[in-house]
Design a protein around this ligand. Structure first.
Ligand SMILES: [Zn+2]
Length: 571
């Protein structure tokens, strides 16, 4: 099928079937109308319009100027044009992660990886190993432990860790980021002892004698985190660059950073200025009064290159389901009497949302439990005063919602920012936490679409892998990588591949105010795209995670090419 083109940018009336030859602009030499890059003999999935186009795509000045037949593209070829013969390979728009933490990924790439550890002993072994390469007294950081994977399924206590690693302060973040485990040296450095009081919205877990066990939940973890030694500007730039390269190798061309401060903002600007940022980043400010006062006075930062955008505010209303910090309307099904924790108030969310909207910012509110979702939606509804899709307010995770709140979210035009791999990570125990009735509104992507809501997909990396192929796979199968459970978990919520791709491209772009620039292969848009060795839209489902990426292109520049050292400068 052939795409329908909208005339854009005045002189770029190229590519439409009816146009026999490219039209030239006044005052331009003919060769200036040629293409910088042509991808020929490919299968293109433009997303908008839906379907596929077999043929060529041409790029000039970083933007798509043609998508159509191979012969049509030949007219744009000049001696200077770079041509990549795709030999039938598949091309999608560049993939977008609508909810991620790029700076956090950078730090985690330098941390001890505890994901998948099947016992507390395994966690300790990995930490002890990492500590050997560090001078005594240096902090050892790690992340990704999950006691639900261990035989005893209980939170650990610090003693075993303290005995194994006595000479380094150790800080280990739980897989969901809502709890940390520390050893005795870290407690000493942070000032955590039996006399410490629990902050509101947080807990220091304690033994029968009231002594802290080393596990810090939600705001207790947040309090301690604020006392950790801060990374230097150089640390931030180095780790951010590492993370960005990690992402483009996996087909991501735009990511988000949900909750940053000035230090990270400066690192992004420095990288962009040095032409070392190979992808786009949409930054959401963390909910800090001084930071928001300054940004609200100044207004959003809308980059003409669409590389580093600051236009959002990230807030939290509750914790996570794994550590039972998510706020529920009725008690946890596996912990009677526990309703989870609200870490903020509806009044605060509403006030920030009102100010943000008045100053041209959007808000994204983390809400995992149904009480979290209820309070966050109430606050956003009051701030919006009624349906307003243009405000692009977002409910982050939207993980467990009452069915009527899914309808309300769609009616108000609030975007459901959801992460398919959270569902497949949580499916072994989510039902225990919330029970069968509430599970109907949990990880319910299909119900969001059926309600005519907007779905922006992401990964929440580094909580999950940054690899968007895993997200596409989880979205269409609701299975783990071994294909379990057969048929998928709550299979009625599965997405089609087209819906999943749209969630990771055009609708993710919409959720970031970037849909006019990116998210589809349309003439006039920026040339962000991914060339796959195997077609992720047609291979058997189980092969989607292994569909190799041959090229990642941002603004018409190859920023990753498989099997070569070709890497873009980030312009
Ligand atoms: Zn997140």
């Amino acid at each position: 099928m052939l795409p329908r083109f909208a005339p854009v940018l005045g002189c770029l009336l190229l590519g439409a079937v009816a146009v026999a030859a490219p039209k030239l602009c006044y005052g331009e030499a003919p060769e200036e109308d040629g293409a910088d890059l042509i991808l020929s003999h490919g299968v293109f999935y433009p997303v908008q319009p839906p379907g596929k186009v077999e043929g060529s795509l041409a790029v000039r000045g970083g933007r798509i100027v043609y998508l159509g037949t191979d012969t049509g593209a030949e007219r744009l070829r000049t001696p200077k044009t770079r041509v990549i013969d795709l030999r039938g390979r598949a091309v999608t728009p560049g993939l977008i992660d609508a909810h991620s933490h790029l700076a956090g990924l950078g730090q985690s790439l330098e941390q001890v990886d505890l994901t998948g550890a099947a016992s507390y002993g395994e966690v300790i072994r990995r930490v002890r190993e990492a500590a050997r390469s560090l001078p005594p007294g240096a902090w050892v950081r790690g992340r990704g432990w999950d006691q639900n994977r261990w035989p005893e399924k209980r939170f650990p206590t610090h003693q075993e860790l303290t005995r194994a690693v006595p000479d380094h302060p150790v800080w280990l973040t739980r897989v969901d980021g809502h709890a940390a485990l520390v050893n005795a040296a870290a407690m000493k450095a942070l000032g955590i002892d039996a006399a410490i009081k629990d902050p509101s919205g947080g807990r220091f877990l304690r033994d029968e004698a009231g002594r802290p066990t080393g596990v810090l939940i939600d705001n207790a973890k947040g309090w301690a985190e604020g006392r950790l030694p801060a990374p230097s500007a150089e640390d931030r730039r180095r780790t951010l660059r590492k993370a960005a390269l990690h992402c483009v190798e996996r087909g991501l061309t735009t990511v988000t950073d949900m909750g940053i401060g000035d230090g990270d903002y400066r690192a992004y600007k420095a990288l962009k200025g040095a032409h070392e940022l190979p992808l786009r980043a949409a930054l959401f400010l963390t909910d800090d009064k001084a930071l928001l006062d300054a940004w609200f006075a100044r207004g959003p930062e809308i980059d003409p290159d669409a590389r580093v955008t600051v236009r959002g505010v990230k807030m939290y209303i509750d914790g996570a389901l794994g550590s039972r910090g998510a706020a529920l309307i009725e008690p946890y099904s596996d912990d009677p009497g526990n309703l989870g924790l609200l870490v903020s108030t509806g009044d605060h969310l509403e006030e920030v949302a009102r100010r943000a909207r008045a100053r041209g910012f959007q808000v994204g509110i983390h809400a995992i439990g149904d009480r979290g979702g209820l309070v966050a939606l109430d606050a956003m509804e009051r701030a919006l005063g009624g349906p307003d899709p243009g405000a692009r307010f977002r409910l982050e995770h939207s993980q467990v919602l009452r069915l009527q709140d899914i309808q309300r979210m769609a009616r108000l035009g609030i975007i459901a920012s959801m992460q398919p791999t959270h569902a497949t990570s949580d499916m072994p125990w989510a039902g225990d936490r919330v029970g069968p009735r509430r599970l109907q509104g949990a990880y319910a992507w299909r119900k969001v679409l059926d309600a005519h809501g907007r779905l922006a997909l992401g990964s929440d990396f580094p909580v999950e892998s940054a690899d968007p192929r895993l997200g596409l796979y989880a979205a269409v199968t609701r299975q783990d990588l071994q294909g379990n459970p057969p048929g998928g978990w709550m299979p009625g919520e599965r997405l089609t591949r087209e819906e999943a791709l749209r969630g990771f491209t055009l609708d993710a772009a919409w959720s970031l105010f970037l849909e006019k620039e990116i998210g589809s292969l349309e003439v006039g848009k920026r040339a962000d795209l991914v060339v796959f060795a195997e077609d992720p839209m047609t291979v058997p489902e189980r092969e989607i995670p292994r569909a190799a990426i041959d090229y990642t292109v941002v603004d018409g520049q190859v920023v990753f090419a498989r099997g070569t050292s070709e890497r873009g400068s980030g312009r």
